[in-house]
Design a protein around this ligand. Sequence first.
Ligand SMILES: Cc1ncc(COP(=O)(O)O)c(C=O)c1O
Length: 396
Amino acid sequence: MKSARVSARVRALKPSETLALGARARELRAQGHSVISFAAGEPDFDTPEDVREAGVQAIRAGHTRYTAVGGVPELRAAIAEKLKRENGLEYTPSQVVVSNGAKHAIWNAFLTLLEPGDEVLCPVPYWVTFPELVRLVGGEPVFVHPKQGSMKIGPAELTRAISPRSKVLVLNSPNNPSGAVYSPEELAALGEVVRRHGLYVLSDEIYEQLVFGNARHVSMASLHPELYDRTIVIGGVSKTWAMTGWRIGFAAAPADLAEGMERLQGQSTSNPASVSQFAALRAFTGPRDSVRTMRDCFARRRDTITGRLSRMPGIRLVAPDGAFYAFPDLSERIRSARNGVTDSVGLSDFLIDEARIVCVPGSAFGMEGHLRLSYAIGDRDIEDGLNRLEAALDRM
Ligand SMILES: Cc1ncc(COP(=O)(O)O)c(C=O)c1O
């Protein structure tokens, strides 16, 4: 973006690579091509019927006006209850601020925590939005790289990245894009460093319900009272209940930080959509059958995609334990390419042009040589897309 009428701050924002790829896929489909997109960042399921019905009922009941800025009391209480029951975290309803999606909650959290020049430690690979939001509020992202071949940082990597200006560590487990899930022991080790250096933690737990096999989601805030006092927990309904369009997320935090986020929200967006709040209330309090069905489906697809990718020569994959993404390393294939492909962007372009499959390049997440494949797409598309990938790589 070059227009000088647009502020320097906004000009500096990176356009979303995933949205651009989505547009490219739509364009090719419109031209009649059969395109398989592994770029999805949202479940391919519908919002459960009872949750949709709760939204309809909310409209009928006239819940169509402004609500309290941080959400209706019933929803804040239901989220506090969920955090206690499932995560072992004690919050009063007023410590829970409901926002327009988890992304908005993260924005509120950064604005509430950061002074200009503060450094935010972002483990690599990271969700694209973290560094952009940090920069937008005047902070500086500092990227923390894991050991070669790992998708998780340890205390040594974290300690090395800390400077006197470090303020916040971003944790995102289960992780987008790698699917990595930190174990309680790994979190405790990072928590020690956080406590020793007086850092804060932004813990994005939006994929918490999507964990597979022996992996278990644990919240950093539940490990120690001091960590509770230094952590903002982010969650929401978008991924678990396939509710991306309803725009409901939340932040749970120590009272002073929650009050700050609510004050900020009061002068910026006000409450999230009233109707969506009642649908989310049903999600948090209703039966979980449909959530389990979706999770089982993701678990099956994860096995399919990890099995196939790990058998492809020249591809290394750290098997994902959560979320709905696989993040294979194709550096070896890129190095041996004879068609001019030299990086993950080139590879992604080649796969769109040659095989009509859309994968997000690893460079978007700070990790070159990788591709992100979402398996929030139909089973048949996964099989067909992987066949295309295998054949295209052989032609590269
Ligand atoms: C790690 C992570 N956090 C937050 C979000 C945003 O969630 P929401 O749609 O509730 O804003 C996403 C969506 O892709 C995500 O991957």
